[in-house]
Design a protein around this ligand. Sequence first.
Ligand SMILES: *Cc1c(COP(=O)(O)O)cnc(C)c1O
Length: 432
Amino acid sequence: MSSESDSRACKPCSIMLENRRRECLSSSDPEIWQLTRAEAERQRTHIELIASENYSSPNVRQVMASELTDKYAEGYPRHRWYEGCQVADSVESLAISRAKKLFGAEHANVQPHAGSQANMAVYFSFLKPGDKILSMDLRHGGHLTHGHSHNFSGLLFQICHYGVNRETEQIDYDELRDIARDFRPNIIVAGASSYPRTLRFDRFRAIADEVGARLMVDIAHIAGLVAAGVHPDPVCVADYVTSTTHKTLRGPRGGFILCKSEYGSAIDKTIFPGMQGGPLMHIIAAKAVAFREAMEPEFKIYAEQIVRNAKVLCESLADKGAKIVSGGTDNHLFLIDCLPLGISGGQAAAALDRANITANKNVIPFDTRPPHDPSGVRIGTPAITTRGMTEPEMILLSDLIWEVMTNSDDEATIARVKSQVLEMCEAFPVPG
Ligand SMILES: *Cc1c(COP(=O)(O)O)cnc(C)c1O
């Protein structure tokens, strides 16, 4: 016992603390402890291709587990409802100033619990029930909060959608302008969950101006690419920019809003007291850590590699005969139409999962199958790029994915691929 505690004393104190906490959890709540270890093991032994997922840094995780979780800090820095918020004020002020600096924004609100709340806050800050939102068709890549009939957005507002062109499978901006002229929306929403192409924010802005609508850009997926300058910047042209912090930005699970100063106080009031109670101070601190990490030169290199990896993986699969929606990718993700292989997206994703490759089934534009059993799989490179994989691994991975997708009911093939996946996972460990 004493030799063990001696050896521990040599380690940095954060690791010591972490070990002591784990020891405690493993004996006092072995069920949850085991489950957290099982998730760590799953992450260690699987290749993660879900485009919205990533591995947060050890620093982000450490801050999420800090004492800040215990503090109630309803309100905003220097205007709180409870005493004892001096530290919380400093944490939130730092997160706000880093968000503004990273994205060049006039105003930032870092309190939204998730991306969905960020979107809700923008709508609620100036729309009345029944007002009009023009957004991307969910079946062409839009998000639930862009007007799904079971989501608050679709229940409360009049929704009209634009989509992609049947030929190019890319947004047709001329058609978007025609729809906007007819529909006269109060707000136009740009941004998507499964659109593999660069968004033309200049075109969105011009159309919004022409019809007198405000422009919101939802960068939940591409925030890391925007921060690193590898995707055009929406902040300078949009009235509002909403985002998550946990996708390409690689921070804690959460959301934030950037906007022009003139809309700042309406946004702040809508988040609190409008929609949320106490902010998650531990998460806000972790957002601050992530914003700082995204300012480092390494992050730009990381974001560039995400895009290069997506391109190489996508092109290599296309060379083998995969049918890629829109014929390629400009960002961190792409969609494969599985129908030419005689399988559904769900069957493809399930076969990949048996080979320890994790991806999700996804609707594709003009899908002939129902949304719960669609034709596509969505593949993204943010997480594997965090593990350090580069072009040679993308070539190898394209072989493995293609082998599984073209032999989806051959368990011998799947077992062979799985053993190669495990080798790759060994060679490219999850950081931390
Ligand atoms: C992920 C996502 C969101 C919000 O996600 P949460 O799960 O609520 O954090 C919003 N918009 C788009 C386009 C997304 O992809």
